[in-house]
Design a protein around this ligand. Structure first.
Ligand code: HEM
Length: 528
């Protein structure tokens, strides 16, 4: 009897699932059947689709990278639809900067989709994940923290931390240095900058990741937090006690510790700011870090107009995350591409020598003149778009004007129904041959005219990346200091070609951001 009951329950559940999926497929086809595209089993950005191993049955998050040469051209369309049979909704993917600008423009009928934002909110509401009036308030408060003075601090800190790195790693006295994985250094560099300029928390390059008692350093806590956003978001709280593996314990400890750390920082900074206010000191001059400015705004304007504690924590988390991984992986990719393309590296080196004659040290005032170095970073970002996907949802039926691939020079109109999710595929845009002829070629000269309006990898419209100049300042400083002293080379194994090296080390994994796993490089001192 009980067996019969169980069997009936399983049959009922199975039938409901089939009916539910049949409805989803019908609904997807009704909304998007007019677009070219394909069927698959799971939608890539669902938790299941993202975390399950990829293969013929599951696209996996990295599919836009793996299919970048043909995902859109095979359909002769820059807008396609993907219809999942077993899991997830039918969505639109596009590879067109023109479409991106329509979607992200002022008064656009697209808003950030809940689906893309969940993992960004794990520590509290923030400017990246909020919408409408909430977003306007958070953007108004965070924007002034990104100004000329903070970029000057970014440059000065980048220069200081770069020198600390060279000294601590013992490279200053070496003719050449073998670096097993440049990402380890670029991540640490970017993290120390954001900790210092973003939080007024100067961390020491030489501090070990764990102390003698096995306690994590602040750097390790931040690294664990930002590298484990997806598992933290997806795994239920009880997993950490039921399966206390070393990895899961590290994630749990890091998240709990950072929350306490940030709360203590809010209290300490609030006390300092109140004291300064009572002494009538000039706060704007005194507080130079982003975090301090958020706390000061709360005290001056009150929580209603400003941010509450949880929002300060949410924004602090997002700055730590957005402010370091993206820049770090782009820097690693740029260095690897410069190592692979020696002529381009030589052009950048000659440009640095010309801009900084007599081996003068660069300062922030040289930033605009170092446009060739910046162009290398932009091209690295184009080829390895750290923010590889952003997700929007249509609030109403909307018509998009799409450049036609079938009839070059003409446009087509595509209707997107209310409630449809659209994926802004930055890999697709970066490798769009119509925009970037020969897209697989590293060609920094595409950006010499510094017409950054063409560069969509920092987003578009009112929600363009708030940290763009922050990132380009630290990157330009780092690259200038490195390339003027060192030639960067790839480390080839016996018989390995550069192309094989590229395939082995420069094939990224697409998770919360586009990441590189291990990039071995050699630095060879110039002028010896
Ligand atoms: C190479 C480095 C970076 C890349 C490629 C990048 C890319 C992006 C992109 C594409 C967006 C738009 C997201 C969307 O429309 O949904 C964005 C937003 C944002 N980024 Fe960045 N970013 C970088 C560095 C930084 C840094 C260094 C910071 C802070 C220090 C930062 C802070 C932010 C913030 C706060 C937003 C949200 C803006 C808003 O919604 O109003 N980013 N970023």
């Amino acid at each position: 009897m009980s067996f019969f009951l169980v069997l009936s329950a399983v049959a009922a559940a199975f039938t409901s699932f089939i009916l539910w999926r049949a409805f989803k497929i019908w609904d997807g086809y009704k909304r998007l059947g007019h677009l070219p595209g394909f069927y698959t089993l799971c939608e890539a950005t669902t938790a299941f689709g993202a975390l399950a191993p990829s293969g013929s049955w599951n696209l996996g998050l990295s599919f836009t990278w793996k299919r970048k040469e043909y995902l859109y051209t095979q359909y002769q369309s820059e807008v396609i639809a993907i219809f999942p049979l077993l899991w997830g909704n039918a969505n639109v993917y596009h590879a067109s900067p023109e479409v991106l600008r329509q979607i992200k423009g002022i008064n656009s009928a697209f808003h950030k989709s809940e689906m893309g934002q969940g993992s960004m909110k794990i520590m509290g509401p923030n400017v990246v994940a909020s919408e409408g009036e909430d977003w306007k308030r958070q953007r108004r408060i965070t924007t002034p923290a990104f100004n000329g003075n903070s970029y000057r601090s970014v440059w000065e800190e980048s220069s200081r931390i770069f020198n600390e790195m060279i000294k601590h790693e013992g490279w200053a006295t070496e003719k050449d240095a073998l670096i097993p994985d440049i990402c380890v250094y670029s991540r640490k560099f970017a993290l120390l900058i954001i900790a210092s300029v973003g939080f007024g928390l100067p961390l020491d390059w030489s501090e070990p990741r764990y102390d003698a008692q096995g306690k994590m350093s602040k750097e390790e806590i931040i690294t664990q937090v930002s590298m484990n956003i997806l598992p933290r978001f997806v795994l239920p709280w009880w997993v950490y006690s039921v399966f206390p593996t070393k990895g899961l314990r590290a994630i749990d400890t890091a998240y709990k510790t950072i929350e306490v750390l940030l709360r203590n920082m809010i209290d300490t900074r609030a006390d300092e700011i109140r004291k300064s206010m009572s002494l009538n000191e000039d706060l704007d001059h005194q507080i130079r870090d982003v975090f301090g400015r958020l706390v000061a705004a709360q005290i001056r304007e009150g929580e209603k107009l400003s941010l509450n504690d949880q929002e300060i924590i949410g924004n602090a988390f997002i700055l730590l995350f957005a402010g370091h991984e993206t820049t770090a992986y782009t820097l690693s990719a740029t260095l690897a591409l410069l190592a692979l393309n020696e002529e381009e590296q030589e052009i950048a080196y000659q440009h640095i020598k010309k801009t900084l004659p007599d081996d003068r040290l660069p300062t922030f005032d040289d930033y605009d003149s170092l446009n060739v170095v910046l162009a290398c970073f932009y091209e690295g970002l184009r080829m390895y778009p750290a923010a590889y996907l952003t997700i929007r949802e249509a609030s109403e039926d909307t018509r998009l004007t799409v450049p036609s691939l079938k009839r070059p020079g003409e446009t087509e109109t595509v209707t997107i129904k209310k409630g449809t999710t659209i994926m802004n595929d930055f890999v697709g845009m970066s490798y769009n041959e119509r925009i970037y002829p020969n897209p697989g070629k590293f060609q920094p000269s595409r950006w010499y005219d510094t017409n950054v309006d063409r560069l969509t990898n920092f987003g578009a419209g009112p929600r363009t990346c708030l940290g763009m100049k922050f990132a380009t300042t630290e990157a330009t400083c780092f690259l200038t200091l490195l390339l003027r002293e060192w030639k960067v080379e790839v480390v080839l194994e016996d018989g390995q070609t550069k192309e094989e090296w590229k395939t082995k080390y420069l094939t990224p994994t697409l998770l919360t951001t586009l990441t590189l796993d291990e990039v071995p490089l050699r630095l060879v001192k110039r002028g010896l």
